[in-house]
Design a protein around this ligand. Structure first.
Ligand code: NAD
Length: 304
């Protein structure tokens, strides 16, 4: 056992399986007392069970750590509040929250139903809000502030068949940046992690992932972000990818190129001016898609 997080109290959502479980176990192994939240659902969000959260608590206790289970649904305000209330009642404070819980309901946009959109956005985006909301209300008043961590995905750039997931993951980045800005003066930091790791969720990805690692790689980055070492470096408002041996930081969104009119804009003036002056910023994922389509077409023509 290390002491990277000695004395800290950390809550992790979706901590019953996959990346969340690895984060909870690593945080406990580094000395944190951990609230292990998991609603215990299938990849698409059905069939809840309280057993998954409890079994991770048992694992942590067996290794000599301290943990408590909360099997609530974090897409409800009461669920987010219960996680923070449990930390306070059991351990007296809350230093870090890590919102890992997530589900998938894949469908092309033109076929997507409300039942596929709403629960995915509610679990990821609202489920990060409910916990950030309850935790930040305590952290802004407590000595030492606190750390908020959201989970996003490379798919925040866009997704062919997961518009619901991609929209929620983009929303999480904006929520994290808003938390970083709004809580800066209270000593609370907020960052997002975009992982690539072998879990039951990534097993559903239709294409082969070139860069992928284990949940433990992601857990190491999260433990660092929760630690005083990261707080000393003033790391806040950042998005990090971790994929096996690679850690990358994402750019902040910013205006790329601007042009100014001398008189009022008209559609005609814009049509003459925009393409050559302001232009576009090509989508890397669209280029990838076109490359894949070209490779598939070349394979379909055996003599090409
Ligand atoms: N695995 C990857 O490569 C990858 C890539 C990009 C993003 N992510 C993100 O990382 C996070 C973890 O993914 P994973 O691969 O470990 O998935 P996973 O399916 O293994 O684990 C997700 C856990 O969240 C729990 N959960 C779902 N809905 C919940 C709710 N309403 N309340 C509480 N718990 C709930 C599930 O029961 C499950 O145990 C997710 O946010 C996912 O979108 C993962």
């Amino acid at each position: 056992m290390g002491n990277f997080l000695a004395g800290k109290v950390v809550a992790v959502t979706g901590a019953g399986r996959g990346i969340g479980r690895a984060v909870a176990i690593a945080a406990a192994a580094e000395g944190a007392r951990v609230v292990v939240n998991d609603y215990g659902v299938s990849v698409d969000g059905g069939e809840p069970s309280s057993e998954v959260a409890e079994s991770v608590v048992k694992e942590i206790e067996a290794a000599g750590g301290q943990a408590v289970a909360v099997a609530d649904d974090i897409s409800t305000m009461a669920g987010g509040q219960r996680i923070v209330d449990t930390a306070l009642a059991r351990y007296g404070r809350i230093d870090g929250v890590v919102c890992v819980a997530g589900i998938l309901r894949e469908r092309m946009l033109f076929n997507m139903s409300e039942e596929e959109w709403d629960p995915v956005v509610a679990t990821h985006l609202k489920g990060t809000f409910t916990v950030f909301r309850a935790a930040s209300a305590v952290m802004r008043k407590q000595d030492g502030g606190g750390t908020l961590i959201g989970f996003t995905s490379g798919n925040h750039q866009g997704s062919v068949a997961q518009a619901n997931y991609s929209a929620a993951k983009g929303g999480i980045i904006s929520l994290v940046r808003s938390a970083a800005l709004g809580l800066h003066k209270y000593g609370v930091t907020a960052n997002a992690v975009a992982p690539v790791a072998r879990t039951r969720m990534s097993a559903n990805v239709p294409m082969e992932l070139k860069e992928i690692g284990e949940p433990e790689d992601v857990a190491a980055l999260v433990v660092y972000l929760l630690s005083d070492r990261a707080r000393k470096e003033r790391i806040t408002g950042q998005v990090y990818t971790v994929a096996g041996p690679k850690i990358a930081v994402w750019a902040q969104p910013r205006e790329l190129r601007a042009g100014y009119a001398e008189g009022p804009w008209t559609p005609e003036r814009i049509a003459d001016f925009l393409p050559g002056t302001v232009g576009t910023d090509p989508m890397p994922m669209l280029a990838q898609l076109e490359e894949m389509a070209a490779a598939a077409a070349a394979k379909a023509r055996p003599n090409a």
